[in-house]
Design a protein around this ligand. Structure first.
Ligand SMILES: Nc1ncnc2c1ncn2[C@@H]1O[C@H](COP(=O)(O)OP(=O)(O)OP(=O)(O)O)[C@@H](O)[C@H]1O
Ligand SMILES: [Mg+2]
Length: 315
């Protein structure tokens, strides 16, 4: 099966992210709408590595589910989901920071909490850490560790919560709202994940400003792309055995790349086919466990199906 990698729609103002393609949609009230197409592209180390069948659908539908489950905490950009890979959203001006929230000390990349701690750092992202912490264990408090949003392939730069306002990246009162919302969203995420037998170890949120100036949660949320999910019932045994948690996210890909000697520079190496079939399986498992529904795979190829479903979107 060929993954869904790209689309060309007859709509204005195309923007390309690593995973999503978006276009402007006209709307009646003039507030501005964007159409997001979630592709099967998989990014790691801030680069597009490969395409994984059904990944786009899982991301789009799982994010939509989470947005609905958390709309009481903070308003989000969802307007409609007219196709498994499409989202009609309220247009927003994204804040220039990614809001990372962590419940566990983990990670394999150089900016991860665990890698910095293992390298001897005890003051990380403005937070103090005691000696003797073990990898993949729960943190005493949920931590917010913002980064700048690296555009055009630039890597994200870590910031402290205080620096975001000090540097004028976000207006202080608005930043306070964002941090408060992010912690509440993460706690809701951990609670729902626990009900599904999963651990939400960490995640990343993006916020934006709507046309009327209000705060909006945008982009995606609590997907295996933006979050680390671990299987709860094998967690303790694996930790005790010194093994990595069973993860339902793209950590498997990150690890396979690292094993192949890749650190994010230059062409990524080819990985064995099982890495990709396993990744599809993990993404679908996460979707089914969290939503409690069966994943209904959409028809491939995806672009003609999207064209058909777009006819029902008011433009
Ligand atoms: N409602 C919105 N209005 C305007 N821009 C948005 C909205 N929601 C998300 N975006 C932006 O659209 C883009 C989504 O594309 P995508 O997720 O592929 O981005 P990316 O950040 O480059 O990729 P990655 O997720 O791998 O970091 C992001 O730049 C995001 O900030
Ligand atoms: Mg993104």
């Amino acid at each position: 099966m060929e993954p869904f990698l790209d689309i060309d729609l007859p709509l204005p103002d195309r923007r390309d992210g690593k995973v999503r393609v978006s276009y402007a949609l006209p709307d009646a009230d003039g507030e501005g709408r964007r159409l997001f197409v979630t592709t099967d592209r998989l990014s790691a180390f801030d680069r597009i590595i490969a395409g994984v069948p059904y990944k786009g659908q899982v991301l789009n539908q799982l994010a939509a589910w989470w947005f609905a489950e958390t709309a009481d905490i903070v308003p989000n950009h969802v307007v409609a989901v007219p196709d498994p890979n499409l989202l009609v959203a309220r247009a927003a001006t994204p804040l220039p920071v990614e809001v990372v929230v962590r419940g566990y000390i983990t990670g394999v990349t150089s900016t991860s909490l665990w890698q910095q701690y293992a390298d001897g750092a005890r003051e990380i992202y403005g937070h103090r850490f005691p000696d003797g912490l073990r990898k993949n264990t729960v943190l005493p408090n949920v931590l917010v560790t913002p980064t700048t949003k690296g555009n055009d392939g630039a890597h994200d730069v870590p910031l402290t919560v205080a620096e975001v306002a000090q540097r004028g990246l976000v207006e202080p009162r608005r930043w306070g709202e964002v941090v408060e919302a992010a912690i509440q969203l993460f706690q809701r995420g951990q609670q729902k994940a626990a009900e599904a037998g999963l651990i939400l170890a960490d995640t990343k949120y993006e916020f934006g400003t709507a046309a009327d100036g209000s705060l909006l949660l945008i982009d995606e949320m609590h997907t295996p792309d933006s979050s680390r999910y671990w299987v709860a019932d094998s967690y303790e045994d694996r930790l005790a055995a010194g093994e990595e948690p069973e993860s339902l996210d793209k950590e498997v890909v990150r690890r396979a790349l690292l094993t192949a000697g890749y650190r994010g520079d230059g062409e990524p190496p080819a990985l064995p086919a099982e890495v990709w079939s396993e990744t599809t399986r993990r993404y679908i498992t996460a979707f089914e466990r969290l939503t409690g529904t069966t994943f209904e795979p959409g028809a491939y190829p995806v672009p003609p199906r999207i064209m058909e479903n777009l006819r029902h979107v008011p433009v």
